[in-house]
Design a protein around this ligand. Structure first.
Ligand code: PLP
Length: 399
């Protein structure tokens, strides 16, 4: 007689039994079919990866004695030269910089060192679903803060701070994922004042800041806080996924000393250190004289795709649709008219070989089924036109 199978409800920890797969990553599995025009992921355009720079950096590194050190175990904080380069880029000391396996690991590590079960986190509603996914298993409660065209509504946060003491505020000031909004300068200043008054820690997640197509860049929350002697109020998270290539899984953050120390200890318990070869290649790429031209090229291509999607949504979606024209980033968010349930229509869209994700995946209260997030960086101009036309036709045909 074969032995009875294990009863996994007895073996899996309680918090693992409550885990859910990421809706976006699951849709991506279906959306990889070549006939599907996918606006679902947050994927950069592979034809824009700086492949030549990466290839020549890899050849240089792997052909040298130095190759031995980039295939060896390394420091948990990350490669010293890369940390120095990144610290200089945000005017923070090298000691504050921690290299992570993508910004996603930064979010995870921060959750693990900062959160206890029952803690409250203030988040924009909607917010990045990867952050919700990283922190939900810790048994936290999310306090939703309204967001509009100028980003997080600071008055709404202030109201929350009158009655709650969130462990931190998580915010995306530049080209918010999924809303596309940019936090205005006035609100940035007020946010730092609130952080001062309420001893509030702010997690500033900024993976898209270099992808601006219109308007002038605004100072980061980190720089505004630093100017006012409040650098310890802000953790600044960044990534190379969007401007170089996500497969390397290299991201970084800055954190004040006590928090940095806790993060390093947690990283040592997690994966020892970041990928050595990936960090070395990244350093070569960002120090190369042609890197600024790569960024300019990326902005040109993505800016044109943003324009194409903005224009196509206007022509193909039904009247009454409202959407933001993002000044940068990778996403356009569109709310469909008459309470159309875009979440329920996703299977029909996939049948028609077009994919998107709905905003209920990004909200803490499950609202947003009538609103879609459309990624414009990954599809060509022709596929954007074709895909939005198909989606428009589908939406118009819904009862
Ligand atoms: C707002 C935000 N933060 C963090 C990440 C994680 O990026 P990565 O781990 O690839 O650096 C993403 C990726 O989509 C994102 O949109």
């Amino acid at each position: 007689m074969p032995a009875p199978s294990l009863d996994w409800s007895q073996h899996l920890a309680k918090h693992s039994q409550g885990l859910k797969r990421s809706a976006v990553r699951e849709i991506l599995k279906v959306a990889v079919r070549p006939e599907v025009i996918s606006f679902a992921g947050g994927l950069p355009a592979p034809e824009c990866f700086p492949s030549e720079l990466i290839a020549s950096a890899s050849a240089r590194l792997l052909g040298k004695d130095e190759c031995r050190s980039c295939l060896q175990y390394g420091e948990s904080e990350g490669l010293a030269e890369l940390r120095e380069h990144l610290g200089n880029s945000v005017s923070r000391p090298v000691e504050d910089v921690l290299i992570t396996s993508g910004a996603q690991q930064g979010l995870d590590l921060l959750g693990r060192v900062l959160l206890d079960s029952g803690d409250v986190i203030a988040v924009e509603n909607p917010t990045y679903l990867g952050a919700l996914g990283a922190w939900r298993p810790q048994g936290v409660r999310f306090a939703p803060v309204v967001i509009d065209g100028d980003g997080l509504v600071v008055d709404a946060l202030e109201k929350i701070l009158e009655t709650e003491r969130p462990k931190f505020l998580y915010t995306m000031p530049n080209f918010h994922n999924p809303a596309g909004a940019v936090l205005s300068l006035e609100r940035r200043e007020r946010l730092i004042s609130l952080a001062e008054k309420h001893a509030l820690l702010i997690l500033e997640d900024d993976p898209y800041g270099d992808l601006r197509y219109d308007g002038e860049p605004l100072p980061s929350l980190l720089s505004l806080a630093t100017d006012r002697g409040l650098a310890d109020r802000v953790v600044h998270l960044r990534s190379f996924s969007q401007v170089v290539a996500p497969g390397f899984r290299v991201g970084w953050l800055t954190a004040p000393p006590a928090l940095h120390d806790a993060l390093v200890k947690m990283k040592q318990a997690t994966d020892f250190h970041p990928n050595m070869l990936g960090q070395r290649i990244m350093l070569e790429v960002v120090r190369d004289d042609s890197f600024p031209a790569h960024l300019t090229h990326l902005r040109k291509i993505y800016g044109a795709r943003r324009d194409a999607m903005d224009d196509a949504v206007g022509r193909h979606f039904p009247g009454g649709t409202t959407w933001t024209t993002p000044q940068g980033g990778m996403f356009l968010m569109a709310q469909l008219p008459h309470g159309i349930d875009a979440a329920a229509s996703l299977p029909a869209a996939l049948e028609a070989n077009v994919a998107y994700v709905t905003i209920d995946n990004f909200t803490v209260d499950g609202t947003g089924q009538d609103t879609v997030r459309l990624n414009f960086s990954n599809a060509s101009l022709e596929r954007i036109e074709e895909g939005i036309a198909r989606l428009g036709e589908l939406v118009r045909s819904l009862p």
